[in-house]
Design a protein around this ligand. Structure first.
Ligand code: GLC
Length: 727
C-alpha cells in the first residue's frame, strides 16, 4: 500500500543514498513495526499473513517457488502501511535445485573456483525464485567426525576453510547484491559450533581464546572480509556464554575488531534456548541478553515479538538498540534492491533452474570432489569394454543419498545413480549385474547370497556403501564411525568371492573403514556427489576423469582415535614406536588416511624447491617456488600443498600448518612451476601474552601431495619480532 500521497517518500526513491532512505523509513516506523523487522518465521500461515500485514514480520524462511514468493511478497509490499519487502531466506548450502556435492565434497576439490561457481549457480537459481538470502556457507571447523555437521563445512583446517568461505561468499553475493542472481550470504554458525564436546551436536564448547582465534574464527573473518552481509549466531554455549548472547564474539570481535556492518540472525530459536542454557530466567531476559549482545534478528523463536515492547517500556532496552538492528536489516534489503524489484519473473526462473550449463557444472564439481583413497595394483581405472561388472550395495542404485543432507529443493528424480552411471559409461558389450546386498542400516543379511552370486559371475565388483543422507547433517551424530548396519559384513562376504573389488564410499563424514583399507584393493571416496553422482563416479571408475580430490578431514582407524587432526601439537613425547610416547596400545598412531590425502591415475614428481629470502626481514615476503612434473601416461590434477612449522616459539605450535595450496592440471610429461607467497602475517600467531606476532627463529617448509606425503623440505629464518594489530 505504502503511504498514500503523490510525493514519493525518500525511502522509496532509489536515487537517494541508502543511508538517507534508511533514516527516512526509520523515522516513519512505529516501535511495533521496527520490532517486526527483527522477527523471522518459518513457512507461511494465515497467522503469519495477518502479522505481515500488521508489519510484525521482517523475514520468512522455508518458503519457495516463484509464484509463492511473489504472492507472499505482495502482502508485505502492497498491503502494509509502509510496504517494506520481506527478505526470504533458505538453506541453500550446495545447490538450490541443481544439487552439487555436499560442502565436505566441494572442499575435497581444493578448488575455490569451482566452489565459487557452484555458489553462483545456486544463487542464480534461488534468487530467480525470490530467495535472496542463504543460510550459508557453513564455515565451522570440525575436528570430530562424530559430529554430523562436518558434512556441511570444509573440514578440519582453518586455512582451507578460510579460502572456501571466501569463495562461497563471492559466489553467492556476486558483484552486486542488487543483481538479479545474487543472494546475501550468512556464514554460520558463529562461533565454534564444531568444537562441541564429544562431537555431539548442540553440546558445550569450552576452548581457549587462542584456539577460538586460531582455529574457529579464521573462516568467519575470511567471510566477513569477503563482504558477507549477514552472520548466523550458533546454538552452543561458548566458554560459559552461549554464542547467541555473547558480547565478546558478537561485539568485541565481530564489530569492534572486524568492523562487520551486516546483521546477525540467531539460529533457530537460539534466543529462546538461552533459558535452557540457564543464563535467562524467562523470554524477557533472553531477549534482553541476545539483543544487547548483538543478535539483530530472532529466527523462529517469537521471543523478540513477545518481549521488546515491554522491555522498552521497562527501560531494559533502548529504542536506539532496536533502531540499530533495524538499520542493519533495512540496509541489506535496500542493497538487495528489494524495494525496487520485490517480485521475480516465474518464466525467467523456469529458464534458469536446472539449465544445461548448471547440470554440466554439477558433473564437473562432482568429478573434482572425488578422492581416490587407495588403488593397489592399479586396479582402477577399469577398461570400459570389460566383460562384466557387478554393482553391489545399498547405495548402488539409491536416488536419495547422493543429494546428501541440506539438499534444499533437490529432487531424487534428477539424480543419476551409480548403477545408471556405470551402465551409461560401460561399453554396450559389458554385462552389468546388480544386487543390493543389504540396507544401509539394519541387520538383515538375506541379500548377501545374491550379492555373492552376482559378484562370482563378474570380472570386478563395485561395492557402493556408506551412509544414508540423514546420518549426517544436523542432529545426526554417530558414536561409531564404521559402515552402518551390516555393510562391512557385506564387503567381507563379497570379498570371499575372490573377485577384485572397488569400494565406493558415499558418506557425510570420515569413516573408520580400517578393514576395507587393509583388504580392498581400490577405494574411492565420493561423499554425497549431488545430482550427477552416477556419471561422475563412473567417469572416475573408467578413467574418463582422473581423480584429483584430496581429503579435507582426517580419517581415523577407529572412533577411539578421535580427535585426530593433522595440525596437532608435538607434545613432549610425540608418537613413535617407543612405548613411552603419546599413542594407544591397540591401534597405530597414524591416521587411517591423512588430511590432504588423495591419489591419482598418474604420478607427480616434485623438484627444485627454492625459498627466498632465507633470512627474512620485517618488510619481506617469503617466495616459495618448485616444479611439479607429470611422470605418468595420463593427464591429471595434483593439489600441491604447502605446510609450515614454526620450530621454536613462545607457545607450542602445530607440527605443521597448511599455508597454501594449488590444484594444477598436467598433461603426461608436462612440468609446471608452482609458486607460493608467504607474508609474515600469514605466519603470525598469538604468543604467550596473546599478542599477534611472528617471532624470530627457524621455520620449516614442507611441500607435498598430502600432509603426510611431503616431497620437498626447506627452511627460512625470520630475523626480528614483528607484531600485528588485532584489527
Ligand atoms: C537449523 C540449523 C541452521 C539452519 C537453520 C534454518 O536449526 O542449525 O544451520 O540454517 O536452522 O534452517
Amino acid at each position: 500500500m505504502r503511504e498514500a500521497g503523490n510525493v514519493k517518500p525518500i525511502y522509496l526513491d532509489p536515487s537517494q543514498p541508502v543511508d538517507k532512505r534508511i533514516e527516512d523509513l526509520l523515522s516513519r516506523m512505529t516501535l511495533e513495526e521496527k520490532i517486526g523487522q527483527l522477527c523471522q518465521y518459518s513457512g507461511f500461515t494465515s497467522e503469519y499473513e495477518k502479522m505481515i500485514m500488521e508489519g510484525r514480520i521482517g523475514s520468512l524462511l522455508n518458503v519457495f517457488g516463484a509464484e509463492e514468493t511473489n504472492r507472499i511478497q505482495k502482502i508485505a509490499v502492497e498491503k502494509t502501511r509502509l510496504g517494506i519487502p520481506l527478505i526470504l531466506g533458505l538453506d541453500v548450502l550446495h545447490g538450490y535445485k541443481t544439487i552439487f556435492p555436499i560442502p565436505l565434497g566441494l572442499a575435497s576439490t581444493w578448488d575455490p573456483d569451482i566452489v565459487r561457481k557452484t555458489a553462483s549457480i545456486a544463487a542464480a537459481e534461488a534468487a530467480a525464485e525470490g530467495i535472496r538470502w542463504t543460510f550459508a556457507p557453513m564455515v565451522d571447523i570440525a575436528r570430530d567426525p562424530r559430529w554430523g555437521r562436518i558434512a556441511e563445512g570444509a573440514g578440519e583446517d582453518p586455512y582451507l576453510g578460510s579460502v572456501m568461505a571466501k569463495a562461497y561468499v563471492e559466489g553467492f553475493q556476486g558483484r552486486e547484491l542488487s543483481d538479479l542472481s545474487a543472494m546475501v550470504a550468512c556464514p554460520k554458525h558463529y562461533v565454534a559450533y564444531g568444537g562441541a564436546e564429544g562431537g555431539r551436536d548442540y553440546n558445550t564448547v569450552d576452548i581457549s581464546e587462542r584456539t577460538l582465534r586460531e582455529v574457529y574464527l579464521p573462516p568467519f573473518k575470511a567471510a566477513v572480509e569477503a563482504g558477507a552481509g549477514t552472520i548466523m549466531s550458533a546454538f552452543n554455549d561458548l566458554n560459559g556464554i552461549p554464542a547467541s548472547a555473547n558480547p565478546f564474539t558478537l561485539k568485541t570481535i565481530l564489530r569492534d575488531e572486524w568492523g562487520f556492518e551486516g546483521f546477525v540472525v540467531s539460529d533457530w530459536n537460539a534466543i529462546g534456548e538461552l533459558i535452557n542454557h540457564g543464563i535467562a530466567g524467562d523470554i524477557f531476559e533472553a531477549a534482553e541478553k541476545a539483543l544487547k549482545a548483538g543478535v539483530d534478528m530472532d529466527m523462529q523463536g517469537d521471543v523478540y515479538r513477545r518481549t521488546l515492547i515491554q522491555l522498552v517500556k521497562d527501560g531494559r532496552m533502548s529504542e536506539e538498540r532496536i533502531n540499530e538492528a533495524v538499520r542493519r536489516i533495512l540496509k541489506i534489503k535496500f542493497k538487495l534492491g528489494l524495494f525496487e524489484r520485490p517480485y521475480v519473473d516465474p518464466e525467467r526462473a523456469k529458464r534458469i533452474v536446472k539449465c544445461k550449463e548448471h547440470i554440466e557444472a554439477a558433473l564437473e564439481a562432482a568429478r573434482k570432489s572425488i578422492v581416490l583413497l587407495k588403488n593397489d595394483g592399479s586396479l582402477l581405472p577399469l577398461r570400459r569394454d570389460i566383460e562384466s561388472i557387478a554393482v553391489i550395495g545399498p547405495l548402488a542404485d539409491d536416488r536419495e543419498a547422493p543429494l546428501g543432507p541440506w539438499s534444499c529443493l533437490g529432487d531424487p528424480r534428477d539424480v543419476v545413480t551409480v548403477l545408471e552411471g556405470i551402465k551409461s559409461r560401460a561399453s554396450a558389450e559389458t554385462r552389468v549385474l546388480y544386487a543390493k546386498g543389504c540396507d544401509v542400516d539394519g541387520e538383515s543379511i538375506e541379500g548377501f547370497k545374491e550379492a555373492v552370486e552376482v559378484a562370482r559371475r563378474c570380472k570386478v565388483a563395485i561395492l557402493v556403501v556408506g551412509e544414508s543422507r540423514d546420518m549426517s547433517g544436523e542432529a545426526a551424530c554417530r558414536a561409531f564411525l564404521g559402515l552402518p548396519g551390516v555393510q562391512e559384513e557385506l564387503v567381507k562376504t563379497v570379498y570371499e568371492a575372490r573377485v577384485p573389488i572397488v569400494e565406493v564410499l558415499m558418506n557425510g563424514r570420515p569413516l573408520s573403514i580400517s578393514w576395507s583399507a587393509e583388504h580392498i584393493p581400490a577405494i574411492v571416496e565420493a561423499w554425497f556427489p549431488g545430482i550427477q553422482a552416477g556419471y561422475a563416479i563412473a567417469d572416475v571408475l573408467f578413467g574418463n576423469y582422473n581423480p584429483g580430490g584430496k581429503l579435507p578431514a582426517t580419517f581415523p582407524h577407529t572412533v577411539g582415535q578421535v580427535p585426530i587432526y593433522y595440525n596437532h601439537k608435538n607434545t613432549g613425547r610425540p608418537p613413535s614406536p617407543d612405548r613411552w610416547t603419546s599413542k594407544y596400545l591397540d591401534i597405530p598412531y597414524t591416521p587411517l588416511f591423512p588430511f590432504g590425502h588423495g591419489l591419482s591415475y598418474t604420478r607427480f614428481e616434485y623438484s627444485d624447491l627454492e625459498i627466498s629470502p632465507r633470512e627474512v626481514e620485517p618488510k619481506d615476503v617469503v617466495k616459495i617456488k618448485l616444479k611439479v612434473k607429470n611422470i605418468g601416461d595420463r593427464e591429471g590434477d595434483e593439489v600441491v600443498q604447502l605446510y609450515v612449522n614454526d620450530v621454536v616459539a613462545s607457545v607450542t605450535r602445530p607440527v605443521k600448518e597448511l599455508k597454501g595450496f594449488k590444484r594444477i592440471t598436467l598433461k603426461p610429461g608436462e612440468e609446471k612451476t608452482v609458486e607460493f607467497v608467504l607474508t609474515l602475517e600469514m605466519l603470525s600467531f598469538l604468543n604467550h601474552e596473546m599478542r599477534r606476532v611472528v617471532e624470530p627463529g627457524l621455520f620449516k617448509v614442507m611441500v607435498g601431495s598430502s600432509s603426510e606425503d611431503i616431497r620437498l623440505t626447506g627452511t627460512f629464518t625470520v630475523k626480528n619480532l614483528v607484531e600485528f594489530p588485532w584489527k
